[in-house]
Design a protein around this ligand. Structure first.
Ligand code: AMP
Length: 117
């Protein structure tokens, strides 16, 4: 299910078909603010390649997956939360995934130390 033609709202955002403010963009990914934030800071890092779920990534995506992690660091720095954030990937509907285009949630702006999940 790693399919560059898979279409979701994130595909439309990446292609500019739905207006959205990119808070970060490079050759391989974008970042946007989550429309329904779960914390004071809630951003999404989204690869331009449409991979439906994390488990649908293949060995060919190894460099891309590392790139996304480095982009998370850059976006967290940019948002001023590099010292404390959670990084979440929901994989599959039963795990809460609602948009089937891989994305990484950067969640910050609250103290998580007492809350393990
Ligand atoms: P998930 O449930 O892990 O698939 O996360 C999907 C996330 O995308 C949710 O947190 C939504 O609030 C967010 N979302 C859906 N549509 C948009 C949009 N147009 N712009 C920004 N975030 C969105």
């Amino acid at each position: 299910m790693s399919d560059t033609t898979t279409d979701t709202i994130f595909g439309k955002i990446i292609r500019g078909e739905i207006p959205s403010e990119f808070i970060y963009e490079d050759e391989h990914c974008i970042a946007i603010h989550d429309v329904n934030p779960q914390a004071a800071v809630h951003a999404l890092v989204i690869p331009k390649k449409a991979i439906a779920r994390l488990v649908d990534a293949s060995a060919d995506d190894q460099v891309l997956l590392g790139h996304l992690m480095l982009a998370v660091g850059k976006v967290a720095e940019q948002l001023g939360v590099a010292d404390a954030f959670r990084l979440v990937v929901n994989n599959g509907a039963d795990a809460g995934q609602t948009v089937f285009h891989l994305h990484l949630h950067i969640i910050a702006g609250q103290v998580f130390s007492e809350q393990k999940l």
